[in-house]
Design a protein around this ligand. Structure first.
Ligand code: AMP
Ligand code: MG
Length: 418
C-alpha cells in the first residue's frame, strides 16, 4: 500500500530545517582568503577613519582668516611655502598670506584650516590668488567622520563581500575570525544514471543533478565531498549513506525519496534511525523533498527531478548551510515583479516557477523560462529567478504582481515571505 504523506507548508519546512541547522565552529583565515566567508566576530573600528584630518582635493591648504575679503575685484594673493603629497606631512610653518600646496589624501597641517581646490585659483610662480573667502573647516575630510574608534561597524554573521574586505583591511585585520564551512557530502541515486562522459544507452540518462548541485554549492563558495552515483540497491545505498554521514557535516542525496518501489531513502533513514522532519511539502515542484536529522546532521533528500532538485536546494539546503555558519541573512533576496504571462492553472500547492526577469517599462517583469514540469532541465538553464505563485484556487494572469526569488545574489535577506 502506498504510504499517505501529509504535506506541510513551505514556510514551516524552511523553519524546521533552520531550527535543526547546527552552528559550526569558527576558524581564523588570512584576509586574502576571507572573501565570501561569514564573519564570526564583529568589526569594531580600531581607530578613527580617516585617522587624521586630510585634504579631499588637490589644491592649497590655507588659514581661513587669510582669505577674508577676497573677491573677483580684489583677489587675495598667497605664497606657497611647501608641497605636501599624499603620505607626507608638512615640515614648515605658515604665516599670514602663506599656503601649502596639498594633494588629495595628504594630512592637513596643524596651522591650516581650509582647503582651496586648484580650480578655484589662478596660479603664478610659487603663488596663487583667490576670488572668494573660505570658512574654517571648508573642504576638509575630518578625522573620524567615516568611523569613530570603538564603534561597532559590522555584525558578526555578516557576509564578507568586497566592501567588508576594504573595511577589514582599513583596520589592519591581517587575519579574520570566520565561520568554518560545512563539509557537504553529495550522492546521486538512480540505476538509470550515467556519467557525463558516457554515451546514452536505452533507458539511461546522464546525471545532471550531481554536477548542478556542485555548482550551486560553488556559487556559495562551498566545496563538497562526492560519494558518486549509486544504483538503487537498499543495502549498498545504506552503507554509503552511513559512511557519508560519518565523514561529513551534512549530506545531500538526489533521487529515491518518492514512493516508488526503488525509492530507498525513506527506508535508509529508518534503518539508520534518522528523524524525518518532513517528507512532503506543499510545493510544486519538489513536493517529495525530504529532510531528516541524524545526530546533529541534516540529511537533504532532494527529488531526482531536476527542477525539483534545484528548487529544493535553493529553498532549504542553501539557507541551512548559511545558518550553520551563523549567517545573519541566509535567505535569497526577493522582489515584486509583474507576471509576464498567464499561469491559469490553479494549484493547491505553492508553485515555484523557473523564470526570467527583465526590466520592463513600468518595472521588473518575470515570465516562465519555458517547459516547466518538475522534470524540466531546460528551464533551469534559462532561468535567472523563481516566480512564487501562492497556493489557492485561482490562476494567475499576465500583469498580476508576484514575488520573485533572485538567484545567485551575493547578499541575502534575514527573512522570507513565502
Ligand atoms: P526519483 O526522485 O529517483 O524518483 O527520480 C525522479 C526523476 O528524476 C526520474 O525521472 C529520474 O530518472 C530523474 N533523475 C533522478 N536522478 C537524476 C539525476 N541525478 N540527474 C538527472 N535526472 C535524475
Ligand atoms: Mg530514482
Amino acid at each position: 500500500m502506498v504510504e499517505i504523506r501529509k504535506p506541510i507548508l513551505v514556510s514551516r519546512a524552511v523553519e524546521l530545517v533552520m531550527q535543526n541547522a547546527k552552528l559550526l565552529a569558527t576558524e581564523t583565515v588570512t584576509l586574502d582568503a576571507a572573501y565570501g566567508r561569514i564573519l564570526a566576530e564583529p568589526i569594531i573600528a580600531k581607530h578613527d577613519v580617516p585617522p587624521f584630518n586630510r585634504s579631499p582635493y588637490d589644491g592649497f591648504a590655507v588659514r581661513a582668516e587669510d582669505t577674508v575679503g577676497a573677491s573677483g575685484e580684489n583677489r587675495t594673493p598667497f605664497k606657497v611655502v611647501e608641497e605636501i603629497g599624499a603620505g607626507h606631512v608638512a615640515t614648515k610653518q605658515i604665516e599670514q598670506g602663506e599656503a601649502y600646496r596639498i594633494m588629495t589624501g595628504a594630512e592637513l597641517p596643524a596651522q591650516a584650516d581650509a582647503v582651496v581646490m586648484l580650480e578655484q585659483t589662478v596660479e603664478g610662480e610659487g603663488t596663487f590668488t583667490l576670488r572668494k573667502p573660505f570658512v574654517e573647516g571648508e573642504n576638509i575630510s575630518f578625522q573620524g567622520e567615516d568611523a569613530k574608534e570603538g564603534e561597532a561597524l559590522i555584525h558578526k554573521g555578516a557576509l564578507i563581500h568586497p566592501g567588508t574586505i576594504a573595511l577589514l583591511a582599513t583596520f589592519g585585520y591581517a587575519n579574520v575570525e570566520v565561520a568554518k564551512q560545512p563539509v557537504v557530502g553529495l550522492l546521486s541515486t538512480g540505476t538509470e544514471l550515467l556519467n557525463v562522459d558516457e554515451a546514452l544507452v536505452p533507458g539511461k540518462i546522464r546525471n545532471s543533478n550531481g554536477p548542478m548541485i556542485i555548482a550551486q554549492l560553488e556559487r556559495m563558495g562551498i566545496g563538497h565531498q562526492s560519494y558518486g552515483m549509486l544504483v538503487d540497491d537498499l543495502d549498498a545505498c545504506t552503507k554509503t549513506v552511513e559512511r557519508a554521514i560519518a565523514e561529513t557535516d551534512m549530506l545531500i542525496t538526489t533521487g529515491g525519496v518518492s514512493v516508488g518501489d526503488y525509492d530507498y531513502l525513506p527506508a535508509i533513514y529508518e534503518r539508520l534511525g534518522a528523524k524525518v522532519l518532513f517528507n512532503k511539502v506543499a510545493m510544486r515542484p519538489g513536493s517529495v523533498t525530504t529532510v531528516a536529522v541524524l545526530g546533529d546532521k541534516l540529511l537533504f533528500g532532494l527529488s531526482g527531478n531536476p527542477s525539483a532538485c534545484f528548487t529544493g536546494f535553493e529553498l532549504f539546503t542553501r539557507p541551512a548551510i548559511l545558518r550553520m555558519m551563523g549567517a545573519e541573512n541566509p535567505y535569497m533576496p526577493y522582489m515584486k515583479a509583474t507576471l509576464g504571462e498567464d499561469f491559469t492553472k490553479p494549484n493547491p500547492f505553492t508553485r515555484f516557477v523557473r523564470a526570467v526577469w527583465e526590466m520592463g517599462e513600468a518595472g521588473p517583469v518575470a515570465a516562465p523560462a519555458g517547459f516547466n514540469k518538475s522534470s524540466a532541465v531546460s528551464s533551469i538553464a534559462r532561468g535567472n529567478c523563481i516566480i512564487v505563485l501562492p497556493s489557492g484556487t485561482r490562476g494567475f494572469t499576465k500583469g498580476m504582481e508576484v514575488n520573485i526569488l533572485l538567484l545567485g545574489a551575493e547578499q541575502g535577506v534575514s527573512k522570507w515571505a513565502l
